[in-house]
Design a protein around this ligand. Structure first.
Ligand code: OGA
Ligand code: NI
Length: 357
Protein backbone atom coordinates (compact mmCIF):
# COMPACT_ATOMS: atom_id res chain seq x y z
CA UNK A 1 0.00 0.00 0.00
CA UNK A 2 1.21 3.51 -0.75
CA UNK A 3 1.80 5.73 2.25
CA UNK A 4 -1.63 7.19 2.92
CA UNK A 5 -2.11 10.78 3.93
CA UNK A 6 -3.93 10.97 7.23
CA UNK A 7 -7.40 11.98 6.21
CA UNK A 8 -10.27 12.93 8.43
CA UNK A 9 -13.55 11.39 7.39
CA UNK A 10 -15.90 13.49 5.34
CA UNK A 11 -19.32 13.23 6.82
CA UNK A 12 -22.52 13.33 4.79
CA UNK A 13 -25.73 14.81 6.17
CA UNK A 14 -26.75 12.98 9.34
CA UNK A 15 -30.06 11.17 9.64
CA UNK A 16 -32.77 13.54 10.77
CA UNK A 17 -33.90 11.22 13.56
CA UNK A 18 -32.07 9.41 16.31
CA UNK A 19 -32.57 5.65 16.48
CA UNK A 20 -34.45 6.17 19.71
CA UNK A 21 -36.91 8.40 17.85
CA UNK A 22 -37.25 5.84 15.06
CA UNK A 23 -37.86 3.09 17.59
CA UNK A 24 -40.65 5.12 19.18
CA UNK A 25 -42.61 5.01 15.91
CA UNK A 26 -45.11 2.16 16.13
CA UNK A 27 -44.95 -0.73 13.73
CA UNK A 28 -42.67 -3.40 12.39
CA UNK A 29 -40.90 -1.28 9.82
CA UNK A 30 -37.29 -0.27 9.99
CA UNK A 31 -35.87 2.15 7.40
CA UNK A 32 -34.04 0.42 4.54
CA UNK A 33 -30.72 1.95 5.57
CA UNK A 34 -30.59 -0.20 8.69
CA UNK A 35 -31.30 -3.55 7.00
CA UNK A 36 -28.56 -6.16 6.55
CA UNK A 37 -29.38 -8.41 3.61
CA UNK A 38 -28.97 -12.10 4.38
CA UNK A 39 -26.24 -12.57 1.76
CA UNK A 40 -24.28 -9.98 3.65
CA UNK A 41 -24.38 -12.25 6.57
CA UNK A 42 -23.40 -15.69 5.40
CA UNK A 43 -27.09 -16.36 4.74
CA UNK A 44 -27.70 -16.68 8.46
CA UNK A 45 -30.47 -14.79 10.24
CA UNK A 46 -29.23 -12.59 13.03
CA UNK A 47 -31.78 -14.04 15.43
CA UNK A 48 -30.56 -17.62 15.00
CA UNK A 49 -29.14 -19.30 18.11
CA UNK A 50 -25.42 -18.72 18.65
CA UNK A 51 -22.96 -20.58 20.85
CA UNK A 52 -21.64 -18.86 23.97
CA UNK A 53 -18.02 -17.71 23.99
CA UNK A 54 -15.90 -18.94 26.83
CA UNK A 55 -14.32 -15.66 27.94
CA UNK A 56 -11.79 -16.31 30.70
CA UNK A 57 -12.29 -14.40 33.94
CA UNK A 58 -9.06 -12.77 35.07
CA UNK A 59 -8.39 -11.39 38.54
CA UNK A 60 -6.61 -8.04 38.28
CA UNK A 61 -5.55 -8.15 41.91
CA UNK A 62 -3.58 -11.31 41.17
CA UNK A 63 -2.15 -9.81 37.98
CA UNK A 64 -0.94 -6.78 39.90
CA UNK A 65 1.16 -8.75 42.36
CA UNK A 66 4.47 -9.75 40.84
CA UNK A 67 5.07 -12.62 43.29
CA UNK A 68 1.90 -14.61 42.69
CA UNK A 69 -0.20 -14.66 39.59
CA UNK A 70 1.77 -16.96 37.28
CA UNK A 71 -1.36 -18.89 36.56
CA UNK A 72 -3.33 -15.69 36.05
CA UNK A 73 -0.70 -14.37 33.64
CA UNK A 74 -0.94 -17.55 31.61
CA UNK A 75 -4.73 -17.27 31.54
CA UNK A 76 -4.37 -13.70 30.30
CA UNK A 77 -1.86 -14.61 27.60
CA UNK A 78 -3.85 -17.53 26.35
CA UNK A 79 -7.17 -15.58 26.28
CA UNK A 80 -5.71 -12.60 24.45
CA UNK A 81 -4.00 -14.87 21.92
CA UNK A 82 -7.22 -16.70 21.10
CA UNK A 83 -10.48 -14.79 21.58
CA UNK A 84 -8.80 -11.43 22.27
CA UNK A 85 -10.82 -10.61 25.37
CA UNK A 86 -11.15 -11.27 29.10
CA UNK A 87 -13.66 -10.58 31.83
CA UNK A 88 -11.65 -8.55 34.35
CA UNK A 89 -12.72 -8.93 37.96
CA UNK A 90 -11.26 -7.54 41.19
CA UNK A 91 -10.53 -4.33 39.31
CA UNK A 92 -10.97 -2.13 42.35
CA UNK A 93 -14.24 -0.44 41.33
CA UNK A 94 -17.11 -1.26 43.64
CA UNK A 95 -20.30 -2.74 42.30
CA UNK A 96 -22.24 0.10 43.93
CA UNK A 97 -20.24 2.58 41.87
CA UNK A 98 -20.75 0.65 38.62
CA UNK A 99 -24.49 0.53 39.35
CA UNK A 100 -24.52 4.29 39.81
CA UNK A 101 -22.64 4.80 36.57
CA UNK A 102 -25.09 2.61 34.69
CA UNK A 103 -27.97 4.43 36.33
CA UNK A 104 -26.84 7.92 35.30
CA UNK A 105 -26.34 6.66 31.74
CA UNK A 106 -29.85 5.20 31.78
CA UNK A 107 -31.27 8.46 33.10
CA UNK A 108 -29.53 10.46 30.41
CA UNK A 109 -30.89 8.37 27.55
CA UNK A 110 -34.36 8.43 29.13
CA UNK A 111 -34.48 12.23 28.85
CA UNK A 112 -36.67 13.82 26.15
CA UNK A 113 -34.94 14.18 22.77
CA UNK A 114 -34.87 17.96 23.04
CA UNK A 115 -32.91 17.78 26.28
CA UNK A 116 -30.38 15.27 24.90
CA UNK A 117 -29.94 17.28 21.73
CA UNK A 118 -28.42 20.10 23.76
CA UNK A 119 -25.32 17.90 23.65
CA UNK A 120 -25.53 17.03 19.95
CA UNK A 121 -22.45 16.13 18.05
CA UNK A 122 -21.43 18.58 15.34
CA UNK A 123 -21.03 17.42 11.77
CA UNK A 124 -17.53 16.11 11.05
CA UNK A 125 -16.56 15.60 14.66
CA UNK A 126 -17.04 12.59 16.88
CA UNK A 127 -17.75 14.09 20.26
CA UNK A 128 -21.25 14.56 21.60
CA UNK A 129 -24.66 12.91 21.40
CA UNK A 130 -26.10 11.46 18.20
CA UNK A 131 -25.98 8.91 15.42
CA UNK A 132 -23.33 7.20 13.48
CA UNK A 133 -21.24 9.30 11.17
CA UNK A 134 -22.52 8.66 7.66
CA UNK A 135 -19.52 8.43 5.38
CA UNK A 136 -21.06 6.91 2.26
CA UNK A 137 -24.45 6.60 0.59
CA UNK A 138 -24.22 2.82 0.88
CA UNK A 139 -23.37 2.60 4.54
CA UNK A 140 -25.70 0.36 6.49
CA UNK A 141 -26.55 2.18 9.68
CA UNK A 142 -26.23 0.92 13.22
CA UNK A 143 -29.27 0.66 15.49
CA UNK A 144 -27.72 2.74 18.23
CA UNK A 145 -27.43 6.26 19.58
CA UNK A 146 -24.25 7.35 21.22
CA UNK A 147 -22.77 9.82 23.58
CA UNK A 148 -19.08 10.19 22.83
CA UNK A 149 -16.86 12.08 25.28
CA UNK A 150 -13.12 12.57 25.64
CA UNK A 151 -12.20 11.71 29.22
CA UNK A 152 -8.50 12.42 29.26
CA UNK A 153 -6.27 14.32 29.13
CA UNK A 154 -8.57 16.49 31.17
CA UNK A 155 -7.71 19.68 29.28
CA UNK A 156 -9.05 18.07 26.07
CA UNK A 157 -12.50 17.53 27.55
CA UNK A 158 -15.29 19.45 25.89
CA UNK A 159 -17.62 20.06 28.76
CA UNK A 160 -20.36 21.42 26.53
CA UNK A 161 -21.02 17.80 25.53
CA UNK A 162 -21.04 16.51 29.11
CA UNK A 163 -24.64 16.16 30.30
CA UNK A 164 -25.71 18.23 33.29
CA UNK A 165 -28.81 16.13 33.53
CA UNK A 166 -28.94 13.93 35.54
CA UNK A 167 -27.23 16.31 37.87
CA UNK A 168 -24.57 13.82 39.03
CA UNK A 169 -23.59 12.69 35.51
CA UNK A 170 -20.39 14.71 35.20
CA UNK A 171 -19.16 13.91 38.69
CA UNK A 172 -19.77 10.16 38.30
CA UNK A 173 -18.13 9.96 34.88
CA UNK A 174 -15.18 11.99 36.12
CA UNK A 175 -14.82 9.65 39.07
CA UNK A 176 -14.90 6.64 36.76
CA UNK A 177 -12.26 8.20 34.51
CA UNK A 178 -9.97 8.62 37.54
CA UNK A 179 -10.13 4.90 38.28
CA UNK A 180 -9.23 3.68 34.81
CA UNK A 181 -5.53 4.58 34.46
CA UNK A 182 -4.58 2.22 37.30
CA UNK A 183 -6.49 -0.62 35.67
CA UNK A 184 -4.89 0.13 32.32
CA UNK A 185 -1.43 0.13 33.84
CA UNK A 186 -1.95 -3.18 35.64
CA UNK A 187 -3.19 -4.70 32.40
CA UNK A 188 -0.47 -3.38 30.10
CA UNK A 189 2.26 -4.44 32.53
CA UNK A 190 0.78 -7.89 33.02
CA UNK A 191 0.34 -8.31 29.27
CA UNK A 192 4.04 -7.58 28.76
CA UNK A 193 5.06 -9.93 31.57
CA UNK A 194 2.84 -12.67 30.18
CA UNK A 195 4.95 -12.54 27.00
CA UNK A 196 8.21 -12.50 28.98
CA UNK A 197 8.86 -8.89 28.11
CA UNK A 198 10.09 -6.13 30.36
CA UNK A 199 6.89 -4.89 31.97
CA UNK A 200 7.00 -1.34 30.59
CA UNK A 201 7.28 -2.31 26.92
CA UNK A 202 3.64 -1.64 26.05
CA UNK A 203 3.22 1.24 28.47
CA UNK A 204 6.16 3.03 26.86
CA UNK A 205 4.64 2.78 23.42
CA UNK A 206 1.27 3.79 24.79
CA UNK A 207 3.03 6.94 25.98
CA UNK A 208 2.12 9.58 28.52
CA UNK A 209 0.19 11.79 26.13
CA UNK A 210 -2.43 9.17 25.40
CA UNK A 211 -6.16 9.73 25.48
CA UNK A 212 -9.16 7.89 26.86
CA UNK A 213 -12.42 8.29 25.01
CA UNK A 214 -15.78 7.17 26.33
CA UNK A 215 -18.61 5.97 24.18
CA UNK A 216 -21.97 5.38 25.78
CA UNK A 217 -23.95 3.11 23.47
CA UNK A 218 -27.73 3.10 23.71
CA UNK A 219 -29.48 0.32 21.80
CA UNK A 220 -33.24 0.94 21.56
CA UNK A 221 -35.72 -1.89 21.18
CA UNK A 222 -35.68 -3.02 17.56
CA UNK A 223 -38.74 -4.42 15.75
CA UNK A 224 -36.59 -6.43 13.29
CA UNK A 225 -33.70 -8.00 15.22
CA UNK A 226 -33.29 -10.64 12.52
CA UNK A 227 -32.25 -7.98 10.00
CA UNK A 228 -30.67 -5.17 11.97
CA UNK A 229 -27.41 -4.85 13.90
CA UNK A 230 -26.75 -2.59 16.87
CA UNK A 231 -23.16 -2.22 15.67
CA UNK A 232 -21.82 -3.83 12.54
CA UNK A 233 -18.71 -6.01 12.62
CA UNK A 234 -15.58 -4.08 13.51
CA UNK A 235 -12.37 -4.36 15.46
CA UNK A 236 -11.47 -1.48 17.77
CA UNK A 237 -8.75 0.99 16.72
CA UNK A 238 -7.60 1.30 20.33
CA UNK A 239 -4.73 -0.30 22.22
CA UNK A 240 -7.30 -1.82 24.51
CA UNK A 241 -10.99 -1.17 25.14
CA UNK A 242 -12.69 -1.42 28.53
CA UNK A 243 -16.35 -2.24 28.17
CA UNK A 244 -18.93 -1.99 30.89
CA UNK A 245 -21.72 -4.19 29.58
CA UNK A 246 -25.40 -3.85 30.35
CA UNK A 247 -26.13 -5.81 33.51
CA UNK A 248 -29.09 -7.67 32.09
CA UNK A 249 -29.25 -7.47 28.35
CA UNK A 250 -26.85 -9.38 26.14
CA UNK A 251 -26.02 -8.42 22.59
CA UNK A 252 -22.28 -8.42 22.05
CA UNK A 253 -20.81 -11.07 19.77
CA UNK A 254 -17.20 -11.94 18.95
CA UNK A 255 -15.96 -13.72 15.84
CA UNK A 256 -13.69 -16.63 16.61
CA UNK A 257 -12.60 -19.31 14.12
CA UNK A 258 -14.99 -17.77 11.57
CA UNK A 259 -17.97 -18.20 13.83
CA UNK A 260 -20.02 -15.69 15.82
CA UNK A 261 -20.30 -16.32 19.57
CA UNK A 262 -22.38 -14.56 22.21
CA UNK A 263 -20.35 -12.85 24.90
CA UNK A 264 -21.84 -13.67 28.30
CA UNK A 265 -22.51 -11.09 30.99
CA UNK A 266 -20.39 -11.39 34.10
CA UNK A 267 -21.93 -8.98 36.63
CA UNK A 268 -19.49 -6.29 37.79
CA UNK A 269 -16.74 -7.40 35.44
CA UNK A 270 -15.16 -5.13 32.87
CA UNK A 271 -14.84 -6.79 29.50
CA UNK A 272 -11.37 -5.96 28.20
CA UNK A 273 -10.63 -6.46 24.54
CA UNK A 274 -7.46 -6.12 22.52
CA UNK A 275 -7.56 -3.30 19.96
CA UNK A 276 -5.70 -3.14 16.65
CA UNK A 277 -2.82 -1.12 18.10
CA UNK A 278 -2.01 -3.82 20.65
CA UNK A 279 -2.23 -6.47 17.96
CA UNK A 280 0.39 -4.44 16.08
CA UNK A 281 2.63 -4.03 19.16
CA UNK A 282 2.50 -7.78 19.85
CA UNK A 283 3.20 -8.57 16.19
CA UNK A 284 -0.11 -10.38 15.93
CA UNK A 285 0.23 -12.55 19.04
CA UNK A 286 -2.69 -10.85 20.78
CA UNK A 287 -5.78 -10.77 18.59
CA UNK A 288 -7.92 -7.69 18.08
CA UNK A 289 -11.26 -9.48 17.78
CA UNK A 290 -13.90 -8.69 15.21
CA UNK A 291 -17.09 -8.00 17.14
CA UNK A 292 -20.63 -6.79 16.55
CA UNK A 293 -23.81 -6.13 18.51
CA UNK A 294 -27.22 -7.69 17.97
CA UNK A 295 -30.49 -5.87 18.58
CA UNK A 296 -33.30 -6.89 20.88
CA UNK A 297 -37.05 -7.05 20.36
CA UNK A 298 -37.96 -6.54 23.98
CA UNK A 299 -35.29 -4.71 25.86
CA UNK A 300 -33.11 -1.65 25.58
CA UNK A 301 -29.41 -2.09 26.20
CA UNK A 302 -26.80 0.40 27.43
CA UNK A 303 -23.05 -0.09 27.45
CA UNK A 304 -20.04 2.12 28.07
CA UNK A 305 -16.89 1.55 26.05
CA UNK A 306 -13.67 3.37 26.90
CA UNK A 307 -11.02 3.38 24.18
CA UNK A 308 -7.39 3.81 25.20
CA UNK A 309 -5.55 5.57 22.39
CA UNK A 310 -1.93 6.72 22.08
CA UNK A 311 -1.26 10.30 21.02
CA UNK A 312 -1.47 10.61 17.19
CA UNK A 313 2.27 11.47 17.03
CA UNK A 314 3.23 8.38 18.95
CA UNK A 315 4.84 5.63 16.86
CA UNK A 316 3.43 2.16 17.34
CA UNK A 317 5.26 -0.93 16.14
CA UNK A 318 5.88 -4.59 16.94
CA UNK A 319 8.13 -5.09 19.98
CA UNK A 320 11.58 -6.28 18.75
CA UNK A 321 11.75 -9.20 21.18
CA UNK A 322 8.62 -10.72 19.67
CA UNK A 323 10.12 -10.92 16.19
CA UNK A 324 12.32 -13.83 15.18
CA UNK A 325 12.79 -16.34 12.39
CA UNK A 326 9.67 -18.29 13.21
CA UNK A 327 7.67 -15.11 13.86
CA UNK A 328 8.67 -12.65 11.17
CA UNK A 329 7.62 -9.05 11.49
CA UNK A 330 4.02 -8.60 10.29
CA UNK A 331 3.32 -4.92 10.82
CA UNK A 332 5.07 -1.71 9.99
CA UNK A 333 5.46 1.32 12.17
CA UNK A 334 2.26 3.33 12.32
CA UNK A 335 1.28 6.74 13.62
CA UNK A 336 -2.18 8.24 14.03
CA UNK A 337 -3.77 4.84 13.56
CA UNK A 338 -7.23 6.28 14.15
CA UNK A 339 -7.03 8.23 10.86
CA UNK A 340 -5.93 5.14 8.97
CA UNK A 341 -8.72 3.30 10.70
CA UNK A 342 -11.37 5.69 9.43
CA UNK A 343 -10.12 5.63 5.85
CA UNK A 344 -10.19 1.88 5.68
CA UNK A 345 -13.41 1.49 7.60
CA UNK A 346 -15.03 3.90 5.17
CA UNK A 347 -13.98 1.67 2.27
CA UNK A 348 -15.35 -1.41 4.02
CA UNK A 349 -11.83 -2.79 4.50
CA UNK A 350 -10.21 -4.19 7.58
CA UNK A 351 -8.25 -1.23 8.97
CA UNK A 352 -5.39 -3.27 10.42
CA UNK A 353 -4.48 -4.34 6.87
CA UNK A 354 -3.22 -0.80 6.38
CA UNK A 355 -0.47 -1.63 8.86
CA UNK A 356 0.59 -4.92 7.28
CA UNK A 357 4.07 -4.98 5.80
C1 OGA B 1 -17.91 -0.41 20.71
C2 OGA B 1 -18.47 -1.75 20.94
C3 OGA B 1 -19.95 -3.17 22.18
C4 OGA B 1 -21.19 -3.12 22.99
O1 OGA B 1 -18.46 0.58 21.25
O2 OGA B 1 -16.88 -0.33 19.97
O3 OGA B 1 -18.00 -2.69 20.33
O4 OGA B 1 -21.57 -4.18 23.50
N1 OGA B 1 -19.48 -1.88 21.82
O5 OGA B 1 -21.80 -2.06 23.11
NI1 NI C 1 -16.05 -2.16 19.49
Amino acid sequence: MAEAEPLRPIELQPQPKTVQELAAIDGKEVPERYIHKADNNGGRALDAPFPVLDVPTVDLQLLASSSSGGEELEKLRSALSSCGCIQAINHGITSAFLDTLQEVARQFFALPSEEKKKYSREIGSIEGYGNDMILSEHQILDWTDRLYLILSPEDKRMLKFWPENPESFRRILHEYSMKLPVILEVLLKAMARSLNLEENQFLQQYGDRATMQARFNFYPICPRPELVLGVKPHADGSVITLLLQDKEVKGLQVLKDDQWFNVPIVPQALLINVGDQLEIMTNGIFKSPLHRVLTNLEKERITLAVFCLPHPDQEIQPVEELINETNPRLYKKVKDYVSLFFQYYQQGRKPIEAALL
